[in-house]
Write a protein that binds this ligand. Structure first.
Ligand SMILES: Cc1cc2nc3c(=O)[nH]c(=O)nc-3n(C[C@H](O)[C@H](O)[C@H](O)COP(=O)(O)O)c2cc1C
Length: 205
């Protein structure tokens, strides 16, 4: 084995569960590159036709990984049909990838209200203006809707959360940590949920 291939990742992921190493890798990525909380979210229709897009991770703990979106969007429609998702983070600056898969549930109104309240006002207005994933005739129509909602809320101190804007929590059943290594002998460490415990193993790169 080449000298460069050390046991580094084994030490790095000595944990028996995936959430602590996930938090460490995310923190390292946040220090290392912009928008490190971006994750690719894959969903599929009932018939298994897949689709994928970027969303932002807005919360992560042992309960799962949370993102926010429009409940009438394509992704939300697919999640209603098929409440399973896969997530993928790729951190180029660190040569790392984390893949997650699991079942998806609503994050709940209280959590969505709390997060919505932290958004800048114009982003809150934007949530009202966007009928996400619906056909849009022109940019001008979107801007007119934005102006309309800005006027509507002008006299109000708080912009309420639209009922169709909410959070989802992906409850992981599987995590994979991938670390780039020389000679394409990359490390892959996998955790598979078994009840409340996790089975840990390695995969060939
Ligand atoms: C870096 C980045 C972050 C994004 N974050 C979100 C997000 O947190 N929530 C969201 O609904 N869309 C987000 N989007 C837009 C989505 O990728 C997508 O265009 C939108 O949600 C509509 O997807 P859908 O039609 O498949 O439902 C983001 C896009 C990029 C490039």
């Amino acid at each position: 084995m080449p000298a460069e291939i050390s046991a580094e990742i084994i030490d790095e992921i000595a944990d028996n569960e995936p959430f602590a190493p996930f938090a460490r890798w995310l923190e390292a990525a946040m220090r290392s590159e912009p928008l490190a909380e971006t994750m690719m979210l894959a969903t599929a229709t009932r018939d298994g036709v897949p689709s994928v897009r970027a969303v932002l991770l807005k919360g992560a703990d042992a309960q799962g990984l949370v993102f926010y979106t429009n409940l009438e969007s394509r992704k939300a429609e697919e999640l209603r049909e098929n409440p399973r998702a896969a997530l993928c983070f790729h951190w180029k600056s660190l040569g790392r990838q984390i893949r997650v898969q699991g079942r998806v549930a609503s994050a709940g109104a209280e959590e969505a209200d709390a997060y919505f309240a932290t958004r800048v006002r114009d982003s809150q207005i934007g949530a009202w203006a966007s009928a996400q994933s619906r056909p849009l005739e022109s940019r001008a129509v979107l801007e007119a809707r934005f102006a309309e909602f800005r006027d509507k809320y002008a006299a109000q101190e708080r912009v309420s959360r639209p009922a169709n804007w909410a959070g989802y929590r992906v409850r992981p059943e599987r995590f994979e940590f991938w670390q780039e290594r020389p000679f394409r002998l990359h490390d892959r460490v996998v955790f598979v949920r078994e009840g409340e415990a996790w089975r840990k193993g390695r995969l060939y790169p």
